[in-house]
Every structure is written in structure tokens, then in C-alpha cells.
Design a binder for this molecule. Structure first.
Ligand SMILES: Cc1cc2nc3c(=O)[nH]c(=O)nc-3n(C[C@H](O)[C@H](O)[C@H](O)COP(=O)(O)O)c2cc1C
Length: 193
């Protein structure tokens, strides 16, 4: 089922990418993993601060650690992926230690780059907010200088019939709000309509 409609000719990876939960346990080649992280690292950022940080769970021990932080609904499928990546975001400008208001915006951009390069390589990347940020900070001893952003499941597509039935029903690209509902106009008095 694909109910997505496109009116314009945009990058195929943007049109095709979606967040599947059906992962194979096939190991990811180191070069592929490093390439998607390199893509993420080339996102633009305010003052070129590059606030994104990636904690890679690609060994039995490190993956189990990150898997254990996920909420149960996500553990059911995400721990099948061969790699979990915890994304952190540095909150300050390193040049002057002032607050960097844009750090989450920039780290979000880097996740977007990561997901598209992954898709281009036939790799699924599924971001999750469903995990305990409190336990993540405590158990991994993460400094308050970083916000805890997301855990991303990364791996090759697998067999959707191995997922619990309720999740099988959700194995399709999600639709989007109409573009016209996302564009806000300024009226004659200079205020938002
Ligand atoms: C920051 C963020 C957090 C998300 N958290 C979860 C999650 O905890 N569990 C889950 O199954 N999907 C999660 N998703 C996936 C979204 O539900 C999905 O991206 C959205 O429905 C749009 O679908 P698409 O990615 O297939 O286009 C998350 C996505 C993002 C970007």
C-alpha cells in the first residue's frame, strides 16, 4: 500500500524512503555504516558547530545496552536490526560556550542526511523517540552538555511476516499532510493569516 502523492520531481530517495520495522539480522558492512555517518556529518549547521554525536551499538554488548533503553513496543522489532545508533546533540557553541539555540535543528538535519544515504544504499534507518532518556543519561553517564535525541535502528530490509501482526499492518509508507496546509501566509497588515 502506497498512498503517497507527489506533484513535483524530487529526489527519488526522498520519495521512496519510509520507516519500515522489518529488519534482517544481516550484518552491515563497515564501509556502509561509515558512509551513512559521513553523510550525516556533512549536514549544514549554525556556525558549522556540527553538534551531532553518534554512539554506535554494533557489537553484542553495545547493541544490547541500547536495546535495553528502548520502550517495549520498539524493542519488539528494533532489536532485530544489526546496529542501533544513539544520537546526542551538543547544546553549546564550542567557540564561546554560549547556548546554541539551533543545535537540535542541526542534529535533525544530520539524521535526515543519514536516512537518505542509508536508503540510497538499500539500508533502512528508523528513528525512535520511544526510549528512556533518563536511563540513557544515567546508565551511559552522559554529560548535561548534550541533549539525548533519538535511537536509530539501522539494517537491511527483512521479512515482514516475522513481525507481530499489528506491526505487519503498519508496514507501508506513511502519507503526508497536504503541502498547502504547511505554508503560512503573511496578510496585508504584516501578520500571519
Ligand atoms: C524523532 C522521531 C521519533 C520517532 N519515534 C518512533 C518510535 O518511537 N517508534 C516508531 O515505531 N517509530 C518512530 N518514528 C517513526 C515515525 O513514526 C515515522 O517517521 C513517521 O510516521 C513518518 O513515516 P515515514 O518515516 O515512514 O515516512 C519516529 C520518527 C522520528 C523522526
Amino acid at each position: 500500500m502506497n498512498n503517497r502523492n507527489f506533484n513535483y520531481d524530487i529526489m527519488p530517495e526522498i520519495k521512496e524512503r519510509w520507516s519500515s520495522r522489518a529488519f534482517s539480522d544481516k550484518k552491515i558492512k563497515t564501509d556502509d555504516l561509515m558512509a551513512v555517518l559521513e553523510a550525516a556529518s556533512f549536514a549544514p549547521s549554525c556556525f558549522n558547530e556540527q553538534p551531532w554525536r553518534f554512539v554506535i551499538g554494533d557489537t553484542k554488548q553495545s547493541k544490547e545496552k541500547l536495546c535495553g533503553l528502548l520502550y517495549e513496543g520498539n524493542q519488539k522489532w528494533a532489536c532485530n536490526a544489526p546496529v542501533l545508533i544513539l544520537v546526542l546533540s551538543y547544546k553549546y557553541f564550542s567557540s564561546n560556550s554560549k547556548d546554541n539555540y539551533w543545535h537540535m535543528f542541526d542534529t535533525g538535519t544530520s539524521w535526515g542526511y543519514l536516512s537518505l544515504e542509508a536508503w540510497r544504499r538499500g539500508i533502512l534507518a528508523h528513528a525512535m523517540g520511544g526510549f528512556s532518556r533518563k536511563r540513557t543519561r544515567e546508565e551511559l553517564n552522559i554529560s548535561e552538555d548534550y541533549d539525548i535525541v533519538t535511537i536509530i535502528a539501522v539494517g537491511y530490509p527483512g521479512d515482514k511476516t516475522k513481525l507481530p501482526e499489528d506491526l505487519q499492518d503498519r508496514e507501508h509508507p506513511a502519507v503526508r499532510k497536504p503541502l498547502s496546509s504547511l505554508i503560512l501566509d503573511i496578510d496585508e497588515s504584516g501578520k500571519l493569516k
